[in-house]
Write a protein that binds this ligand. Structure first.
Ligand SMILES: [Zn+2]
Length: 202
């Protein structure tokens, strides 16, 4: 009887003041019906405590930890947007973003080009058509051999490589992608100057 009435009070009262008033009504009603005041108060208190505990146990906020690579201030803006979106759609979910430092270019090299000659990385290179002697000058930040494979793959599909397209469009012409000339490398720091002087001739 006391529990039922208190539960009803808990579900209909939107504020603590209202709940207190409602409990006083229950108290006076029950004591008028012969219930001892101490017992009524104790039961009401127990019921409220129990209600509060089950409520917090039922809906704890779920926390997710999301590691993300940090790419400057825009990363923060993006994660803040995601956070507010999640808060709106899933209010019981808490997402914590952990920022990792982005991979530096040197780390990329260590990871992917460990066995590569450093002279092959970050170069300006020249490819020459054996037939018409047209030159193709390109630049790559990564291993130049990898870039040559990209050119070779360009032979399969037009539009992927200007040098490969030259061969595709001129059937008897030929560029040997294994015989390239390295004009400048990252190591001599003249790359930018060379690049400015260089004119694409294809
Ligand atoms: Zn040619």
């Amino acid at each position: 009887m006391i529990r039922t009435r208190t539960f009803r009070a808990l579900s209909i009262c939107s504020s603590i003041t209202l709940l207190k008033e409602e409990c006083q009504i229950i108290e006076s009603l029950l004591t008028r019906n012969g219930y001892p005041l101490n017992l009524v108060r104790r039961k009401i208190k127990n019921t409220i405590d129990q209600f509060k505990t089950t409520k917090t146990q039922k809906s704890p906020k779920k926390t997710f930890f999301v590691p993300i690579t940090y790419h400057g201030h825009k990363t923060i803006l993006m994660t803040n947007k995601i956070k507010s979106m999640i808060d709106r759609i899933y209010p019981m979910t808490n997402v914590i973003f952990g920022y990792r430092k982005g991979l530096s270019l040197s780390k990329l090299f260590i990871k992917n080009y460990k066995s590569t000659d450093p002279m092959n990385i970050g170069v300006i290179y020249k490819l020459t058509c054996i037939k018409c002697h047209k030159e193709y000058i390109g630049q790559t930040q990564f291993d130049v051999n990898h870039r040559m494979n990209q050119h070779k793959n360009g032979l399969k599909e037009e539009g992927k490589s200007t040098a490969a397209d030259h061969i595709l469009n001129n059937k008897d012409h030929e560029i040997n992608f294994d015989r390239l000339e390295i004009l400048a490398s990252d190591n001599n720091k003249k790359r930018i100057e060379k690049e400015k002087q260089t004119v694409l001739r294809i």
